[in-house]
Design a binder for this molecule. Sequence first.
Ligand code: AMP
Length: 207
Amino acid sequence: MKNIVMLGAPGAGKGTQSALIAKEYGIPHISTGDILRRNIKEGTELGKLAKSYIDAGALVPDEVVIGIVADRLSEADAKNGYVLDGFPRTIAQAEALDKVAKIDVAINIVVGFDVIVNRLSGRRVCVCGATYHTSTLGGRTTCSVCGKELFIRDDDKPETVKARLETYEKQTAPLIGYYANAGILVDVDATGTIEQDFEKIKKVLND
Ligand code: AMP
């Protein structure tokens, strides 16, 4: 299976689609955001360091996340493909990634601003990494995967969302050009339902 990078603004649906890809193709879903949030919950040194950046809508320093990803990609289950969700987020991260991996395809999830605002404001997450939207929860407040109570990410609060979108435009959007130059960028319009968007992604991956 392929080594996949998912690109897209915060709230575009990278996490949701990455989870579906991982399940469909039996490959690991590697989300730097999930790894950082788990460390925050567990109170590790990494978590303590990451929290101030995440709460400010800024990026955790490159050398920190590059180290995390390099370690994770060296594990046995990453030998037959993986989906990277939320990494790389800067050109420096993409260059570091190219030194330790061969990325086959970068899928850029394209959605409009109104969709982003709706997806972020309705997002509920579980510490296990599962993600939901209030529109499909029907009032349920627990995770259907592990049963734990769902919560709103601190950084989904409106005051932080603005900073995250600015960070995305400045530091992450240039990756679209980076992967286009490498000849492996595919834009996917992801304004449909989760299932419709996933069908489009599968077509790309099955090519
Ligand atoms: P995400 O769950 O991907 O939206 O990530 C949540 C937050 O974690 C981001 O807003 C950043 O503060 C931090 N983060 C996640 N991935 C990275 C990365 N590759 N580089 C730097 N910071 C990251």
